[in-house]
Design a protein around this ligand. Structure first.
Ligand code: GLN
Length: 537
């Protein structure tokens, strides 16, 4: 078993997760079985209780784990299926250690960061190693070197490397090489200092990945090599990508990163075949078609809040050889300006998941605009609930119909709390979470898109369609095209009288990959293109 540790220096948001994922792509294409793991130094047990402002999207796994969005990159860039073992937070580490202490597990010893906390961290790497049976485990350490809260993780991986022996571990440090405009130069000092910080802890990186906006010339590479104590070929240029994050594996390959890693880890593998990946990039850079779609949300200024949704739309485009321009529409803007002004000209409208009342009216207006003007609509989780509320109010004329999430006094609770949720008071990990089977109706648009009758999709919600209203909706042409296998829970709705009006209670965006676009997103992009160009792709 071989281990790669990815740390970050200088600033956050460098794309360590992408670097780890892209390396995973290359190693997988060399025939290796990889597993990816993220350590997050914060004290929340998982990011499920954090606001998107704090953390960006919460990425949900098949087993219902609510995890860091970097795990989304891991699944999109590789074929790995992740579980809750793949994301470890300080909160989980301390929870386990403290539970152990209460159980008397430490036999009277003083419980300390070293060795008890660090041992627990190392144990989690070993558990993943045993469960995944991978050839290589890539572990990304969240945060930035120098953060106090990250120290136990760095100490743990230092000890881990010692115990694993020479040739079995590789440390990759992702740093920032800023371009200073006034000097007209890239500067290496922050990188030198962050590597010095790592060495203070006892970790000497084998590879330095330099995030930069301009190319690293030979002189700079030599300087980083000398000051950071790595061979010059281990100084990797990771320049800002021109078009898409999916270029990162090819960029790392050009810099021979995978070759170097395999050499360091004494892995004898064939060269990776990246032809399919190159074709993906071709479709992203020079697509045959183009379309603009709107995503109507409330965290629109935040690039990370709808990460998987944006990625899945891009994938839907790849599947149609169609470039997708995503227009981020603030739901509150629709409330002020009206749907017509803000949404006219878009090929399709997507309402993603969400919680809380802000922006709800704008989203309902967006769904109405899409339905009435025959503009393709894709609703995800809250987006399905919104479509339901809109139909209830404007077609069924159910006055003030709403979800009880937003209006407990509504005379028509068309969306209401799931039965299983009624007694739940705790917040963390208590929603209906993870992969659940959904049965699709014969002849439905959803069934045709999937080409299958039973699908497994990931969930994260507390509210559901209220079955007391099912008949009323059906009579008016609202089709329940997907339900739980017992028929009780509505999972997919659609309007056959519309070119593409489809929404799901689950989150299809979590299962889309650039090389396997999700069928619902692929169908949505095809419909959006057709609506603008008036002919099928
Ligand atoms: N707030 C809604 C619910 O809990 C929708 C959740 C979501 O969109 N993820 O059911």
């Amino acid at each position: 078993m071989k281990y790669i540790f990815v740390t970050g220096g200088v600033v956050s948001s460098l794309g360590k997760g992408l670097t780890a994922a892209a390396l995973g792509t290359l190693l997988e294409n060399r025939g290796l079985k990889v597993a990816l793991q993220k350590f997050d130094p914060y004290l929340n047990v998982d990011p499920g209780t954090m606001s998107p402002f704090q953390h960006g999207e919460v990425y949900v796994l098949d087993d219902g784990a609510e995890t860091d969005l970097d795990l989304g990159h891991y699944e999109r860039f590789t074929s790995v299926k992740l579980t809750r073992l793949n994301n470890l937070t300080s909160g989980q580490v301390y929870q386990t250690v403290l539970n152990n202490e209460r159980e008397g597990f430490y036999l009277g010893k003083t419980v300390q960061v070293i060795p008890h906390v660090t041992d627990e961290i190392k144990r989690r790497i070993h558990v993943l190693a045993a469960e995944s049976k991978a050839d290589v485990i890539i572990t990304e350490i969240g945060g930035t070197t120098g953060d106090i809260e990250g120290l136990p993780f760095l100490e743990a991986i230092r000890e881990f490397a010692l115990e694993a022996g020479v040739g079995n571990t590789c440390f990759i440090h992702v740093t920032y090489v800023p371009f200073i405009k006034a000097a007209g130069e890239l500067k290496t000092k922050p990188t030198q200092q962050s590597v010095a910080k790592l060495r203070e802890i006892g970790i000497t990186p084998h590879i330095i990945c330099c995030r930069c906006e301009k190319p690293l010339d030979k002189e700079l590479r030599q300087k980083i090599s000398l000051f950071c104590n790595v061979p010059v070929e281990a100084v990797i240029e990771e320049k800002d990508v021109d078009h898409s994050i999916y270029e990162v594996p090819l960029m790392l390959q050009r810099e021979r990163t995978d070759e170097l890693v395999c050499h360091l880890l004494r892995l004898d593998t064939p060269l990776p075949n990246m032809a399919h990946w190159q074709e993906i990039i071709r479709k992203l850079i020079a697509p045959q078609h183009r379309v603009r779609v709107g995503v109507v949300g409330k965290y629109i200024g935040l690039q990370d809040a709808y990460k998987s949704v944006y990625e899945a739309l891009i994938h839907g485009g790849i599947g149609n050889d169609c470039g997708v321009e995503i227009v981020q529409v603030d739901a509150e803007e629709i409330e002020k300006e009206g749907g017509e002004k803000v949404l006219t000209g878009l090929g399709g409208i997507l309402v993603p998941g969400g919680f809380g009342e802000r922006g709800i009216d704008g989203k309902i207006k967006a769904a109405k605009f899409a339905r009435e003007n025959k503009i393709p609509y894709l609703g995800l989780c809250l987006g399905m609930q919104i479509a339901t509320i809109e139909f209830a109010r404007n077609v069924l004329k159910l006055d003030r119909a709403h979800s009880t999430e937003f209006d407990l006094e509504t005379p028509h609770p068309v969306i209401a709390l799931l039965d299983a949720q009624k007694k739940v008071t705790k917040k963390g990990g208590t929603m209906r979470l993870g992969a659940q089977p959904c049965q699709l109706a014969v002849g439905s648009q959803a069934g045709k898109l999937y080409g299958s009758f039973v699908v497994n999709e990931r969930h994260r919600h507390r509210f559901e369609f209220n079955n007391a209203y099912r008949e009323k909706f059906e009579k008016a042409g609202f089709v329940f095209s997907g339900t739980s296998p017992d028929g009780k829970l509505v999972e997919v709705i659609e309007l056959p009288a519309h070119p593409f009006y489809l929404a799901s209670q689950f989150h299809p965006e979590f299962l889309s990959k650039p090389h396997q676009p999700h069928p619902l997103f692929k169908g949505f992009i095809a419909a959006a293109h057709q609506q603008i160009h008036k002919k099928p792709l």
